[in-house]
Design a protein around this ligand. Structure first.
Ligand SMILES: Nc1nc2c(c(=O)[nH]1)N[C@H]1C(S)=C(S)[C@@H](COP(=O)(O)O)O[C@H]1N2
Ligand SMILES: [Mo]
Length: 222
């Protein structure tokens, strides 16, 4: 057996992959009766709903580690869905035609959570729009009906219950969800560079986040 590479800096291995959400999002109830939709809008020529068209994109399966910014990691999570890069190339460009320079991508969940990523980071080949986990349809605990999976980035970028994607030129179209301060949201959030937050030094942030872990876990939504 080959040895597994070490975890990224200052992460520890969690025993289980649990439902996780900061503060108020942990308690939010997800409306499972909503008809699935994936609205694409922002600085684009046409706003479109991608939901029905995803089936045209080839499916992709991957196994990746998942790293939460509060320092826990889960190894070997098996996701399946569609590569964001394929969806961008095969659906978003032809159907919506985003403006040149619309490189700030805002991802919104049906619980009101949202997060932004740079287009260049979403086009990595390990970024998925996932609708399956460990060979089963994605459950509501981990983000049904569809979630983002961006393994090179801290988990808070991997928006669950994804219902809308926006392409923007101007950062002012985005705010990290109330009441959380924008400085805890790093513009990139790359795990390899320990980009946990803007402004706050990691040495200060890590103990605060570790303290919050037991308060952010929700074993099951029901
Ligand atoms: N819609 C939504 N997406 C979200 C969150 C959330 O609260 N709501 N929490 C984020 C955080 S901080 C993490 S670590 C992961 C947790 O994913 P999990 O619940 O599948 O473990 O989801 C991220 N995506
Ligand atoms: Mo997280």
């Amino acid at each position: 057996m080959t040895a597994r590479p070490p975890l990224p800096a200052n992460q520890f291995e969690a025993k289980a992959f649990v439902r996780f959400g900061l503060g108020k999002f942990r308690r939010k109830q997800i409306d499972e009766t909503l008809a699935p939709a994936l609205c694409l809008s922002g600085d684009v020529a046409n706003a479109v709903d991608l939901q029905e068209r995803l089936a045209e994109v080839p499916r992709h399966e991957q196994v990746s580690d998942f790293h939460c910014v509060t320092t826990w990691s889960v190894r070997g999570v098996r996701w399946s869905g569609w590569r964001f890069a394929d969806v961008h190339e095969q659906l978003i460009k032809p159907l919506a035609s985003p403006d040149t320079g619309a490189n700030l991508i805002v991802l919104r969940g049906s619980d009101g959570y949202c997060c932004a990523m740079q287009l260049q980071d979403l086009l990595r080949e390990d970024v998925l729009l996932a609708d399956r986990l460990d060979g089963e349809p994605l459950g509501v605990d981990h983000g049904a009906p569809i979630r983002l999976v961006a393994p090179a980035h801290y988990g808070y970028k991997s928006v669950k219950h994804l219902v809308a994607i926006e392409y923007w030129k101007d950062r002012r179209n985005y705010r990290f969800p109330f009441p959380y301060p924008g400085f805890i949201d790093h513009p990139r959030g790359r795990v390899a560079f320990e980009e946990r937050a803007r402004l706050i030094p990691n040495a200060l942030l890590r103990p605060i986040y570790r303290f919050l872990i037991p308060r952010s876990v929700r074993k099951q939504i029901r």
